[in-house]
Write a protein that binds this ligand. Structure first.
Ligand SMILES: [Zn+2]
Length: 170
């Protein structure tokens, strides 16, 4: 099953469960039961404020977030579902840092918890470049259910790829 490529690093028994969820067409019900509604963060300013609030709470001593946007489809296998860029530029005598977050367009119509997990992931990269222990520890600090939500995020991408994303209709 092609979709299982997103779950290769999970244990075999979990992969088997995921495979049957997809094969038996139960994926949509899984989402309908667990996350009945989609988020309301389509507006760029609302989205920016949402991210800034999380950042202010958990990552106080990091530079200001410059921009957050939904951009076009990115390949989950190559990178991640979002990107974070960090540029430095001279502003007078001061070196100013500038942080941008770009989120995969597929998350424009998605459950809030899942979008939040992706935002937490990208924010955690402000402090840790690699996906190491310290990185995931910070993710879990910002979102205690992070690991489950990352799994659901991967399942959500499958839902969207199979054209079953019902959040687009609501
Ligand atoms: Zn990452």
């Amino acid at each position: 099953m092609q979709q299982l490529k997103y779950f290769q690093h999970y244990p075999d028994n979990l992969q088997a469960q995921i495979a049957s969820l997809i094969k038996e067409h139960k994926l949509q019900n899984y989402f309908k039961n667990k996350y009945p509604c989609g988020h309301q963060l389509q507006n760029q300013q609302v989205l920016y404020q949402y991210c800034t609030d999380i950042k202010q709470r958990f990552l106080k001593n990091t530079p200001r977030l410059n921009n957050v946007s939904f951009t076009k489809h990115t390949d989950m296998m190559k990178g991640t579902l979002g990107t974070h860029t960090h540029k430095q530029h001279r502003h007078g005598q001061k070196l100013k840092a500038r942080y941008d977050i770009a989120l995969n367009n597929q998350l424009k119509y998605a459950p809030e918890a899942i979008l939040r997990a992706l935002i937490v992931h990208e924010l955690a990269h402000f402090k840790h470049a690699e996906h190491d222990k310290a990185f995931y520890k910070l993710c879990c600090n910002m979102e205690p259910d992070y690991h489950q939500l990352e799994l659901d995020l991967r399942l959500f991408i499958v839902l969207d790829e199979l054209a079953l994303n019902f959040y687009k209709l609501s």
